[in-house]
Design a protein around this ligand. Structure first.
Ligand SMILES: C[S@@+](CC[C@H](N)C(=O)[O-])C[C@H]1O[C@@H](n2cnc3c(N)ncnc32)[C@H](O)[C@@H]1O
Length: 227
């Protein structure tokens, strides 16, 4: 197969266009096709909203709906792969946008499995992660010295053992369980909602976090801090 296009996985950062990298903008400009995932139906994609001012009218934009955690997600990823494959075979470059970084809890990772099986050229462009952005926004450290940092989804909160520095992501509808664990284990914490996007907020109390109910929120938690 000659003159194949390349699939670019492009991290667009947490949401504000100022946090897109120059590399991400350059690669977006070099793609004939832009695919942006949407977690909800109805065509609303945060990744697309973040990057839209850098996408030109001649570029084709496809918003793909990937229902989070639903049984038909695998099928949707395969469908997206087949669409991308067609363009790659026509020699067109495809940019797959992801919020934050493409290698942190992203649909792009599932897609890459199919792309690599068929040996299509790929390149991944890193993005500023939501937890790095959230720490900077709040002016709080993530980790220090020789300590490990554990990134944990809400569903796996019990896997925290003796770590002092953790980030909890993806805990929508599990807020109470997560906060009960953090309180019991002696963590101090705060939550950041929609960092660097419209609706951005920082919550310091348990009540505020419980009332928030927004998927695009994460918690940074510390205990027995060094400084
Ligand atoms: C599917 S993961 C995507 C992570 C992304 N790839 C990254 O590198 O940050 C979605 C989770 O990321 C977190 N998240 C994403 N964007 C965020 C933002 N702007 N502010 C706070 N949390 C965010 C939330 O915990 C959300 O449940």
């Amino acid at each position: 197969m000659n003159n194949l296009g390349t699939l670019y996985g492009i991290g667009v950062g947490p949401g504000g266009e100022e946090l897109l990298t120059l590399k991400a903008i350059k690669v977006i400009e070099n793609c004939e096709i832009i695919i942006a995932p949407s977690a909800m139906g109805g065509g609303n994609s945060i990744a697309y909203e973040t990057a839209k001012n850098f996408i030109k009218p001649h570029q084709k934009v496809i918003i793909s709906h990937f229902p989070m955690g639903k049984p038909d997600k695998e099928e949707k990823v395969y469908e997206a792969f087949k669409t991308i494959e067609e363009y790659l075979q026509q020699g067109k470059n495809v940019g797959f946008l992801t919020i934050g970084d493409p290698f942190i809890y992203s649909t792009y990772i599932y897609l890459l499995k199919y792309i690599r099986e068929q040996n299509y050229p790929t390149e991944t462009v890193p993005g500023i992660t939501s937890f790095c952005a959230s720490a900077s926004l709040a002016g709080e450290i993530l980790v220090i010295g020789d300590e490990p940092l554990l990134i944990v989804p809400g569903s796996q909160i019990e896997r925290v053992k003796d770590e002092k520095y953790i980030v909890v992501m993806k805990f929508y509808n599990q807020e109470e369980k997560v906060l009960n664990f953090l309180d019991k284990e002696g963590f101090n914490y705060f939550a950041v909602k929609r960092a660097y996007r419209e609706g951005q907020e920082i919550f310091h109390t348990r009540e505020e976090i419980l009332n928030n109910k927004d998927y695009m929120t994460l918690i940074i938690a510390h205990r027995n801090e060094e400084i």
